[in-house]
Design a protein around this ligand. Sequence first.
Ligand code: NAD
Ligand code: MG
Length: 391
Amino acid sequence: MQRITILGATGSIGVSTLDVLARHPDQYQVYALSAHSRVDELAAQCRQFRPQRAVVGSAEAALELTRLLAGLPVDVSYGEAALCEIAASDDTDTVMAAIVGAAGLAPTLAAARAGKKVLLANKEALVMSGQLFMDAVREQATLLPIDSEHNAIFQSLPAGYAREPGAAGVAKILLTASGGPFLNRAVETLEAVTPEEACKHPNWSMGRKISVDSATMMNKGLEVIEAHWLFGAAPERIEVVIHPQSVIHSMVSYVDGSVLAQLGNPDMRTPIAHALAYPDRIASGVAQLDLTQMAALQFYQPDYARFPCLALAFDALRAGGTAPALLNAANEIAVEAFLERRIGFRDIDRVLRRVMDENAHGAAGDIEAVMAQDARARQAARDIVAAIARA
Ligand code: NAD
Ligand code: MG
């Protein structure tokens, strides 16, 4: 029996994870679940999966959950320290890190430091903490990527590669991107797009933050940084390829001319099942890919004028240190402001450009330095958002 903690159980990845687990009750047991504020949904999950512990975001939410679970033996708590406890507990083997944004960093790092098998969906945590996180993993943990692209790359690399970067004749990592909902929309009209339009992804159903990131292609930018850390790839060895059908989930090209790819229907239960069972395979509930039903597969170069956020992410990766943490924090603030209709869609990249230009970054020597940079960048982004929103 593998005992599992799911950080962010009520989110899109959390729900997909529980869907896979429910198919294999003989192999997996849920130890703990967390949610920020969706207490009703978490209560329903607790009734179905009977975890020992449940963690929410506030004292009020904890009281409400306790009331809803009256009679069930679930230990309810709240806050970051409790999230770190369920991530690092001796009673769990595997941690699905599926909180969105910087809020997931502390518990995900706690899981790595406790030597857990970490299934990483929360890309922002790795983007922020890069080397620090990978050092914690290298000491004793196992890290398996859930992001579909990185899971595809992992599957296309020789076993053990992630721990010995630069080896095995790898020439390039080809990171595919759908291009999101605005791939072909006239660039001038992007100023006026609504949160609803931005969240309507053509191929994937996801949480709102990552959906907006996909529309700006900041998601791909964060994934470039994620690939750099996961696979030890220098920026010039990571190539973004637009592939609107999202059938090929990413590729690795080798010095002998071989290109290995992983294909599948766009459903996150495939990478989730892969990581849960690795190195075995389990059924995920995803239909087999029917290649004969597929229209042509297309590939294009990305247009950096249409998607300036992608270029900003490469800049942050090359700058190093806390620059990616700065970019990530500013992006979280800008996306939230866009979703709340306080700024326009194109203001997102304007805010990020200004925060990057106007704020110094430094060495990412410890988590405190990363968190301080995160806090400064958030404040800088909030100030710029407030000025735009007033104008
Ligand atoms: P979501 O918004 O659907 O869910 C987020 C989860 O995090 C929820 O359970 C929520 O309760 C919890 N949460 C939110 N804010 C929190 C806070 N401040 N403290 C503690 N918990 C908090 O998001 P999602 O789409 O499931 O994405 C989760 C992560 O997985 C993100 O980092 C995203 O980039 C990554 N990811 C998602 C997909 C996808 O298909 N959805 C694909 C690849 C990677
Ligand atoms: Mg992805």
